[in-house]
Each structure stands twice: as structure tokens, then as C-alpha cells.
Design a protein around this ligand. Structure first.
Ligand code: GTP
Length: 598
């Protein structure tokens, strides 16, 4: 295929604005999949693809489209679409020359519309704005104005579509050909291909998706992955339609996949450059940066017998998700589990949901932590677990990660949103941007630790759902951090430790004592619940003693009823965790530790 007839593009949108539905219609109109009227067949095909480990919606797919008697190759490169993966999003975007910016006409521009658009503009992509869901009656008239202002385009540049019923889809395809430029590249230069995504397939191992910038890739060629220096053989190369279409050669500017017997996705890094092992390119397409987990949490099976099952499920998940990290840990309160690292909150939610859906394992997930930089006299350590926090005397300074948060909301909620963010150590940045619809965009610099717990829930409540937010990592800044230690009956419970900012320490200490004193059942002796900071007790509650005899209510000498009750009590004890002499139901720990908004 001549490079002039190739178009590489992605679809960017805020969640639920219709990205996948639009992709479906494009695939149908180009006959890459069957007509959407014939849903069974489409779904069957997709299930088959899923079994083989390829889901066309979330990766690259190639379509052919005839425009003015010329067949064009349209490569739709799907992006992960969320800031947790923004590093990867910007790489997928870098593999394209154009982007379809989809906006739901009933919701208008939202926070992720803006952040994804900026990522695309940074890479100089041609933007085709698309107003979706025009079949719905509650279309917002100011939506067009907002798009014009955001994209700096004219109203005639916006294509109105209904991805649901197929209206306007042909126009989208025509405009992709007309407005998005063909890729540039030198077919005679040494091979440089950028990996923009990868997928684990149980039959073939890892499939790496790439876009050829210069040169070409041939079947059987020895390839060098530039960030690791490792050499692999291209056993199979090809393009992705509904199925993998094996080819002998992928040309400059085109998009394809390579199978080279790699068994772990972490060997294939998004953003890495592939070159020829014998005649390598002198440099990579762009500087390679490793994505690092930002949010850490412990994951324990609800049923402690499922620990081994959880381990093997996590190992399988990791094959598919190179950004997930985990290491074993144990806690007297929760048993055996794993300390995991995630790219962000959404990534964490996805992993937990996949553990449940794909492997049938329900887990407790503890309050997330961010990773702190602790500077001591001679070294700096990274701490993402309260139990690794060094003694205060050894610490010179602590730094915590900050993020840039943008919030889009209605004018009447702005006051309470600003108070919420300031209460969470946020600092307002720049001016408030007024959108034509009367909505406002505000930007804050905030510690990441402040948004990973209940921020989103609070934002939704105070804005009655009329606020969307997005964040990107900024830098590390000095912080006055305290480690809160919980003592139950004078015994430290490390799994309940927390790292909090100095301003919150006292409030948190009181709250923890109060919550635990309600959750832990009374015993035959009184139980002090204490919270300490640097060895000093700053809060305390006492659970009063109670003598409980479960057979009290049995009258006469009903032995069998007595035995039944004692048996029941014994069974209940199995579900208890012991902290010294204190027996605590696992459910109490779960209620206390679990992330409330998952
Ligand atoms: P994420 O993958 O979650 O980011 O969502 P998305 O942007 O891919 O949106 P998706 O295509 O899943 O659509 C979200 C919802 O909007 C679905 O219920 C679709 O059926 C619906 N939808 C999409 N396009 C249209 C449209 O043109 N009209 C109407 N009425 N509904 C639509």
C-alpha cells in the first residue's frame, strides 16, 4: 500500500460519550465487521476474538474504505482513554496523525474531553470534532459553541452523528480521508517502529502492536527492542482486522502486530522502539520512560483459603497488565495477601473488577497509599507502605507526589468545590475558565494522597453529579507526614497503620478510635483502643467488658440446643482474627479497612 493512502487515527472522548459505539459503526460501514443489524454474528466474532485474546475495541484495527475510487487503509488506534494510563495514551496518540474528538451533545465538553484533546494537540494531531448522540431529545445548544472554543474550529468543521443509529458515519469516514494527512516516513531508512500497545495471548504469547515510522518489518526478521536491547524473531507479523491477518511485510507508515514468542507483557514496553537487529537505527523514536505505579494498596482474599488462587490469578493478570506490581505480605488482622502497585485509582478498580469477573475472587482492598520519598542522612528511600516508614529521628525530610487536578462544573457549585479542594490541601491555579454553557473549569495543585480516598465521592455529592475531574502527575513536594499507629489492647496492629498529613493526624486518630470501638465486639475484659504518633498516645477509646454466655437463654436442661449454640459459637470463632487476647471478626477489619467507594 502506498503511504499516501494510509490514515492513522484514534478516537478520544470523555467516558461514555460514545467512543466504542462510534468505532463499531465505523467497522460496520467499512464492512470490517458485519452490519450492526446482524448483532449475533458481530458478538460471536468478538467473543471469538476475546478468546484469542484480541478485543478489537481496545486496540488497533485496520479498515479499508473506498473514497473517490481509491481504496484507503484506515488504522484505528484505540487509546486506553484515562489519565491513569496517560503515558500510554500519549504514545498511542503519537502513532496517529489525527484524532476524532467525540462529545456527547447531551453532556457537552467534560474534564477528560479537555485533557485528552490537549494530549492530542501536544502531538500535533489533526482534530475532527464529532457531536454524538444527536438522536437524543435533550441536546445542549451550547455544546457546539464549547467545541468551537475548545478546538478553535468553525461550526462547519463539527460532524453531527448518532453513533447509535448510524447517522453521519459516512461523513466521518470521508473526513478522515480528507482532513487527516497520510503518515510521513522513509522506506529506505533503517527500521524504526514504535510499540503503542501490547496484549497477552495464551496461545501465541505477547502480541506487540506497532506503527512503522521508517523502514519496514519482514516476517522472520531479527528485531531488537531498543529499551531492553533484547533480540527476538518476528515469527508472525500482520495487520488486525477482525482476526489477525498474517503478512510477510509491513510497510512504512502502516500499523501491525508482531508475535515473537515473548511470554510476559513486561518485556514489551509501550513507547519502546523496535529496530533491525543487524542494521539498527541510530536512535529510538522517542525517549523511553518506564511507567511507575503511583497508588499502592494491600489486597487480601475475603476467604483466606483462596490465597494461593489469588496468587495465581495475580500472576496471570500481570501477564496482561505490565503496570501491575505485587509482592506477598501478611497481617495478623487479614491473613496472607499482596501489596500491590497501581498506576492510579482507575487502574486499581479495573484490577479488582477483573479479579472478580475473570477469576471469581473477591478481595478486601485496604486504604490506598501513595509513594513517598523519605530523605535520610545518607540515602533516599521510597516508602509506599506505612510499615516501612522509618523512625522519625532518622528522617530529614519527606516528599509526596502532587497532581494537577482540573474540575469542570456548574457555576452554582464552584464555591463548595473550592472549599473541598482547599480542605484537601489544594491550591487554586490560574483563573477560572468560563465555558459558553455557564460552566466553569477550575484547576488545582493537590497532593495525590488527598484524591485517592474519598475525593471523587465528595465531589459528586456536593456537585450533585455535575462535576467531572481529571488529574495528571506534577512533581514531588516537601510534606509534613505522620505515621499513625493503632494499638488494640496495648498491642500494635501494623496493618491498621496510616500515613497522614500533620494537619489531619489528630482528627484521623480520634476517628479511628471511635470506629474501631464500635466495630470490635465486647469481651469479658475491657479493651483499650489507642492511636499513637511517634510513640505518643494521642487518642483513646475503651470498649467496656461484658460477660456473654450464649447458653444463658436456654432454660431447662435442653442439652442438644445448648450444644447447637456452642457449635455455632465455635464456627463463628473460625472467622475471628486474634490480636493478643482480643478476637476480632474479619468483617470488622473489612469494614474498617476497605475502600468505601469501590
Ligand atoms: P467508555 O468506553 O466507558 O469510555 O465509553 P465510550 O465512550 O466508549 O461510550 P460507549 O460507546 O460505551 O457509549 C456509552 C453509552 O452511550 C452506551 O449506552 C451507548 O449505547 C450510548 N450511545 C453511544 N452513542 C450513542 C448515540 O449516538 N445515541 C444514543 N442515544 N446513545 C448512544
Amino acid at each position: 500500500m502506498i503511504i499516501d493512502y494510509i490514515r492513522n487515527f484514534c478516537i478520544i472522548a470523555h467516558i461514555d460519550h460514545g467512543k466504542s459505539t462510534l468505532a463499531d459503526r465505523l467497522l460496520e460501514l467499512t464492512k470490517t465487521v458485519s452490519e450492526y443489524g446482524n448483532k449475533d454474528q458481530l458478538l460471536d466474532d468478538m467473543d471469538l476474538e476475546r478468546e484469542r485474546g484480541i478485543t478489537i475495541k481496545s486496540h488497533a484495527v485496520q479498515m479499508e474504505y473506498r473514497y473517490k475510487n481509491q481504496v484507503y487503509i484506515l488504522n484505528l488506534i484505540d487509546t486506553p482513554g484515562h489519565v491513569d494510563f496517560s503515558n500510554e495514551v500519549s504514545r498511542s496518540i503519537a502513532a496517529c496523525e489525527g484524532a476524532l474528538l467525540v462529545v456527547d451533545c447531551t453532556k457537552s465538553v467534560q474534564a477528560q474531553t479537555i485533557s485528552n484533546l490537549y494530549l492530542a494537540l501536544k502531538k500535533n494531531l489533526v482534530i475532527i470534532p464529532i457531536l454524538n448522540k444527536i438522536d437524543l431529545p435533550h441536546s445542549r445548544s451550547e455544546c457546539v459553541e464549547e467545541i468551537i472554543e475548545l478546538v478553535k474550529c468553525k461550526s462547519k468543521d463539527i460532524i453531527s452523528v448518532s453513533a447509535k443509529n448510524g447517522l453521519g458515519i459516512k461523513e466521518v469516514l470521508d473526513q478522515i480521508v480528507k482532513r487527516i494527512p497520510p503518515p510521513k516516513g522513509d522506506p529506505n531508512a533503517p527500521l524504526q517502529a514504535m510499540i503503542f500497545d501490547s496484549l497477552y495471548n495464551p496461545f501465541t504469547g505477547v502480541l506487540a502492536y506497532f506503527r512503522v515510522k521508517n523502514g519496514y518489518i519482514q516476517k522472520g526478521q531479527k528485531l531488537r527492542f531498543m529499551s531492553t536491547g533484547k533480540i527476538y524473531c518476528a515469527y508472525e507479523i500482520g495487520t488486525l482486522k477482525l482476526k489477525r491477518i498474517s503478512k510477510d511485510r509491513i510497510e512504512t507508515g502502516d500499523v501491525g502486530y508482531v508475535v515473537s514468542g515473548i511470554k510476559n507483557t513486561y518485556e514489551v514496553k509501550v513507547g519502546d522502539t523496535i529496530t533491525d537487529a543487524k542494521y539498527p537505527a541510530s536512535k529510538a523514536i522517542s525517549r523511553f520512560e518506564e511507567v511507575k505505579p503511583m497508588v499502592f494498596s494491600s489486597v487480601y482474599p475475603i476467604n483466606s483459603d483462596k490465597y494461593e488462587e489469588l496468587r495465581s490469578s495475580m500472576e496471570k493478570l500481570q501477564l496482561n497488565d505490565a503496570a501491575l506490581t505485587f509482592s506477598p505480605e501478611s497481617s495478623p488482622a487479614l491473613g496472607f495477601g499482596f501489596h500491590c502497585g497501581f498506576l492510579g485509582l482507575l487502574h486499581m478498580e479495573i484490577v479488582i473488577a477483573r479479579l472478580k469477573r475473570e477469576y471469581g475472587i473477591s478481595v478486601i482492598i485496604t486504604i490506598p497509599n501513595v509513594s513517598y520519598r523519605i530523605f535520610m542522612k545518607k540515602k533516599m528511600i521510597i516508602v509506599n507502605h506505612p510499615s516501612n516508614f522509618p523512625e522519625v529521628e532518622k528522617i530529614q525530610r519527606v516528599e509526596e507526589p502532587y497532581v494537577l487536578v482540573s474540575i469542570l462544573t456548574k457555576e452554582n457549585f464552584i464555591g463548595s468545590i473550592i472549599s473541598l479542594c482547599i480542605g484537601k490541601r489544594g491550591k487554586i491555579i490560574g483563573n477560572q475558565d468560563y465555558l459558553p454553557s455557564g460552566r466553569i473549569k477550575v484547576t488545582f495543585e493537590m497532593p495525590l494522597s488527598e484524591i485517592i480516598f474519598d475525593f471523587y465521592d465528595k465531589l459528586k455529592t456536593i456537585s450533585r453529579g455535575y462535576a467531572s475531574f481529571d488529574y495528571t502527575f506534577l512533581d514531588y513536594r516537601i510534606s509534613d507526614l505522620k505515621k499513625i499507629t493503632v494499638l488494640i489492647n496495648h498491642q500494635k496492629v501494623e496493618s491498621l497503620s496510616l500515613l497522614v498529613h500533620k494537619n489531619e493526624a489528630f482528627f484521623m486518630a480520634k476517628k479511628i478510635c471511635q470506629e474501631l470501638s464500635v466495630l470490635i465486639p465486647k469481651h469479658q475484659f475491657s479493651i483499650p483502643i489507642q492511636v499513637s504518633i511517634s510513640g505518643k498516645i494521642i487518642a483513646r477509646e475503651t470498649i467496656k467488658a461484658l460477660r456473654k454466655n450464649v447458653t444463658d437463654k436456654c432454660y431447662g436442661g435442653d442439652v442438644s440446643r445448648k450444644r447447637k449454640l456452642l457449635e455455632k459459637q465455635k464456627k463463628g470463632k473460625k472467622k475471628m482474627r486474634k490480636i493478643g487476647k482480643v478476637e476480632i471478626p474479619s468483617s470488622a477489619f473489612m469494614t474498617f479497612l476497605k475502600v468505601k467507594n469501590l
